[in-house]
Design a protein around this ligand. Structure first.
Ligand code: 4AD
Ligand code: MG
Length: 469
């Protein structure tokens, strides 16, 4: 019996229920109270044993981390802290856990320590809560697009084109180090792990109308930050006959919808994570105290419109602002055309507008070749969505659908036409306005769960110098 099923019985405690559960021991107090958890919920079930009826040998084996099977009856709890408990009639030890060796003892462990125990950290309250929320968000993503009439496309993970320019790529090869002729390689050419499924998704949007990909993407950038992974999951919808405004509407509605889903569906886990964050902010004075708690933040996002501002307006705000009397920006924004650093993005979101911001119409020079050029000739129909505490959550654009303009842009950026002949053919045969965006799934999980480091929202993080497990 799963804990979720047991939970369903909780409302009906007048009746005695025979229950049979399996799980891992979180704690065992006073030779009497086992806090058992099977991973399906944040709530442990208290199992009360009558130690006089159990053998000494068996009692000793009930240790933190051990897997056990418990039979008994579900009764109203005598003690505080839980409404019901199991009066145990029978216990079977399924798997021992040596208390001298098991690293996840019932005490506070640092996240750094737990990263080294990534194979066991999901047995803690925090990580199991985060991973359940992650799973629910992933489901909500598919549910949203399904409901909105999108088709899910599986774009390739190994790619032969290196044209997107979104980041350094990881080479995929079967050649020995000594061999270097790409023609002799497995695919007969150089191949890499994909940085984005966008270009392939565009081909499908231009045949199926509304599509999305949701897959792993890889970037070999040496960014050792709390917002970057070398392997992360990206959600990329692409829609034919859609312009930039439609794209912004879609992104905003999508984010609000998946957040609403988890606020309802993961109420217990989010409540726990809310309290965890509050505790953390109290004990670490170096952390800036947020004005809103985690749940309030989520509710705020769901209920309020994102602020839409053009890049040019944002630059004016940044040029004239004084971020902090003592502390100025590290990178001063003094001219139009400069790329925004995360300190600027966070200033706009956290200090100036105090809500998510959609920045649009960026200078062409700092954006990808495929973004649609505006009539002014110097900006493109790009949009980034910036989130409090996170910075860039979404990057997207309307795509350049005019063959000649696209070719011009590619030439300016030294991108060979031969390499993207198929991409250009979309503009030759039945071209039409279309647009899409990419949302970094881990950044969404980070925002939703209030976790400070992106390495703690994916089961096995891949970062520079680290690919354990
Ligand atoms: O802004 P990016 O680079 O956009 C693209 O790749 C486009 N092809 C998307 C599209 O239009 N279909 O990446 C999109 C998002 C970012 O906004 C960020 O949330 C996330 O992906 N992201 C990362 N997340 C974790 N670790 C990294 N190294 C990331 N790089 C980007
Ligand atoms: Mg971007």
């Amino acid at each position: 019996m799963n804990f979720q099923t047991v939970k369903a019985l909780l409302s009906d405690t007048h009746q005695l229920h025979d229950v049979h559960v399996k799980g891992w021991v979180r704690t065992f107090r006073a030779n009497r109270f086992i806090a058992l958890n099977d991973g399906s919920t944040i709530q442990n079930i208290q199992c009360v044993v009558d130690f006089e009826k159990l053998e000494e040998e068996q009692l000793k084996r009930i240790t933190t981390g051990a897997a056990i099977s418990v039979s008994g009856i579900l009764v109203e709890s005598q003690g505080k802290g839980q409404s019901v408990e199991i009066q145990v009639s029978r216990i079977e030890i399924l798997g021992d856990s040596d208390p001298d060796e098991y690293p996840i003892q019932p005490k506070k462990h640092s996240f750094e320590f737990l990263r080294e125990k990534a194979h066991l950290r999901v047995r803690t309250n925090t990580f199991s809560a985060v991973m359940r929320v992650r799973s629910a968000l992933s489901f909500a993503v598919h549910q949203y697009f399904h409901k909105e009439g999108f088709y899910h496309v599986h774009t390739p993970i190994i790619t032969g084109s290196d044209a997107e320019g979104a980041g350094e790529m990881f080479r995929v090869t079967t050649l020995d180090k000594s061999e270097s002729n790409p023609e002799e390689d497995f695919f007969g050419k150089e191949t890499n792990l994909t940085v984005s499924g966008q270009l392939e998704a565009e081909t499908y949007a231009m045949g199926m109308g509304k599509v999305y990909t949701f897959g792993p993407t890889f970037r070999a950038e040496n960014s050792n930050t709390s917002r970057h992974l070398a392997e992360f999951w990206m959600i990329e919808p692409e829609v034919a006959f859609n312009e930039l405004d439609d794209n912004m509407d879609l992104a905003e509605d999508f984010i609000k919808s998946v957040l609403s889903y988890v606020v309802d569906y993961c109420a217990d886990d989010l409540k726990f994570l809310d309290q965890r964050l509050e505790q953390e902010e109290k004990t670490k004075p170096q952390l800036q105290r947020a004005e809103l708690g985690l749940l309030e933040r989520l509710q705020f996002i769901i209920e309020n419109q994102f602020k839409r501002v053009s890049y040019t307006e944002a630059i004016e705000i940044l040029k004239n602002c004084k971020p902090n009397k003592k502390k100025k920006f590290k990178y001063i924004i003094d001219e139009w055309g400069a790329d925004l650093q995360s300190e600027h993005e966070r200033y706009l979101v956290e200090k100036h507008f105090k809500c998510p911001v959609i920045l649009f119409d960026y200078p062409a020079k700092i954006k990808a070749f495929y973004m649609r050029r505006n009539e002014d000739g110097k900006t493109v129909r790009a949009m980034d969505i910036l989130f409090p505490g996170i910075g860039e959550m979404v990057g997207g654009s309307q795509r350049e659908e005019r063959l000649e303009v696209l070719k011009e842009r590619m030439a300016e950026m030294d991108i060979e036409e031969e390499e993207l002949w198929w991409y250009l053919e979309l503009r030759k045969f039945g071209t039409a306005p279309h647009s899409g965006f990419g949302l970094g799934f881990e950044r969404l999980v980070q925002f939703t769960t209030g976790m400070g480091n992106i390495r703690d929202v994916i089961p096995f993080p891949r970062t520079p110098q680290n690919a354990d497990f």
